[in-house]
Design a protein. Sequence first.
Length: 301
Amino acid sequence: MEQLSQDKDGPQHLLAALSLPAHEQRVAALSALHMEASCRDAVAALLEKLQRFDALERNFSEVLQREKLEAMRELAYGASHEINNPLANISTRAQTLLRDETDPERRRKLATINSQAFRAYEMIADMMLFAKPPDLIRKSVDLAKLIPEVVSELADQAETQGSRLVVGGLEQGCVLSADADQIAVALKALVRNSLEALEMGGQVKVDLQRSPVPAAEEAVIRVADTGPGIPPAVRRHMFDPFYSGREAGRGLGFGLSKCWRIVTLHGGSIDADTSDGQGARFTIRLPVAARPAPTPVLAHG
């Protein structure tokens, strides 16, 4: 009996009950079993409540995201209708006056008016893209060819601010079924964001590789900069539209959110690895198109 009570494989309170007289053993054993059943029921009920709470939290986040997008869609439609027409008039008048103006200072001012009108138009267009993106026109896209083309478009900006824009390793075979124009917009927005974070000097590096996990079949694009990094208070808002952790007047405040929107529409993901003051590295993961099955080789007998 003593040996049984030390057996770690069985409930101790049941073993202890065996040392009692027969009738009391049965009562004690039944009480112990009832207690265990009650505990199991309580644990099961608690787990069920936790699962319902998790589901409710997920549903709330999804509903909140949908409501935010719907509110932005209505704002974008209103802004497009009410603001684009005046912007078009301002831009047209500025261009007309600029065409006949000979005074250098007046030409500079008119050119500024025109460029700022286009800047406001681009903000509304970005908001429309985020709230109601166009249907994706998918085709075969080779990222190893697309990335250098996108980077070259920002070479002048990098040179102007004295920054290095580097294309690192580009693994071949990263072919997507994607909208090439939208992927280019996302990459350009991400690289421009890193260049703006540098202000002057520093380096932005872009590289591409295929996921080392065969089952994942993902193309992994990394954009790393040597800028000031992203403070913890800013990280949770990085992909929110019009949020900017920088000083006023820097960019449109829409680059990262635009990139996030396009990447997620393609079934991918984007995240950031950063330390405040030690640069930032953004990682885009996009599903790779299925590789064609190898052509069978017929054996000749």
